[in-house]
Design a protein around this ligand. Sequence first.
Ligand SMILES: [Zn+2]
Length: 419
Amino acid sequence: MGKILLQSVFHNNAECDILISGTTFSSVGKHLSPQDREGAEIIDCKGMAIFPAFYNAHTHAAMTLMRGYADDKPLFEWLNNYVWPLEAKLNADDIEIGSRLAVLEMIRTGTVFFADMYWHRERTMKVVEEMGIRAAIGVTISDKLTSPEGLEENFKFLKQHTGESERIQLVVMPHSIYTVSENCFKRSVEIAQKENYLLHTHLSETQQEVADCEKDYGCSPVELMQRFETLNSHFIAAHCVHLNENEKKLFAKSGASIVVNPCSNLKLGSGLPDIAGFHTHGISVALGTDGASSNNNLDMHEEMKIAALIGQLQAHNNGNVFPKETVLSLATEAGAKAYGIHAGKIAEGYLADCILVNKNDVQFTPCHDIVSNWIYSANTNTIDSVICNGKFVMKNHHIDGEDDILKEAQQRVKQILTR
Ligand SMILES: [Zn+2]
């Protein structure tokens, strides 16, 4: 079992030693015996602070290939006229290259987990295995965007649990209520229950989606999830921009999680999720970047700061505050928890996922409160190293193969556009 000793690292406003044994934190801030230290790789962390790594609870990794491709459009025009026609040209190799670019960006910005809803999932899984992070890989279900054969292949894949591993789980991901028919959605719910998968979908992202749902089903999107018998602790909904008070109560009662994606919602002009309100209702809320095509990056720190600012405004309007501990948890522990991963905290017994930041950076100076500096002052350039599952995936700013990944992505995008 490999051991890493993070010596003299700044944690909870004091210097301490942290021992990683295998894949978990085995000692945090305690005195270590010579036996504990035996065989450990010793990292001198003087001047470094440790934080939990980020968990990106909703994205579409390979859409990095479309970063900056079609800006300034509302959601449905953006999907119909730009994204879907370009996606139709993408093959499995493209998806692998786009996913690799995404994982590179995630590691560099301190993210060790992503929940991915996309196509050619085997290629994304391969990239995750190779690059050493974690993922919840979606088997994306849509009878309106997929051929009948493709759809059947997806359900078969789910029955076989293909490719699940220590760092990779599969999740049933019906794309949305506007791209999945009632029958197909119910079938997704059924297989998730039978095979014990989580179920993740886009929900209540735009006012149009809500209006169409009322017209087609005579109820709101959250009520529809209840009708489909999926509104429970195994359900994770992305966006939830347009929920009424009753829908928030239904969510709180059900134990289902919401993933907010404020950058994407702002950029596509969809509206803003009630981040502070969800919290007051006791709903479990995680954070995601959505795809790089509508964000336009996968930087969870930036997403965290924007979510924090929105949360502050909403909380202040109701005479409350949006505390920094809640903000940090939104971007870390809450995402891990939503996907059933015992991580997101620097504590004994938790999976050893963390980042080391340069505490001597100008953005951490002075240091009245390190969590405040991390959320509101610093950016991800202050990240020195990233550890996932007890192993370095970035060490002293170095990530294996970075130059090749960038070059390959640049060349591939040129080629796709000529098809
Ligand atoms: Zn999305």
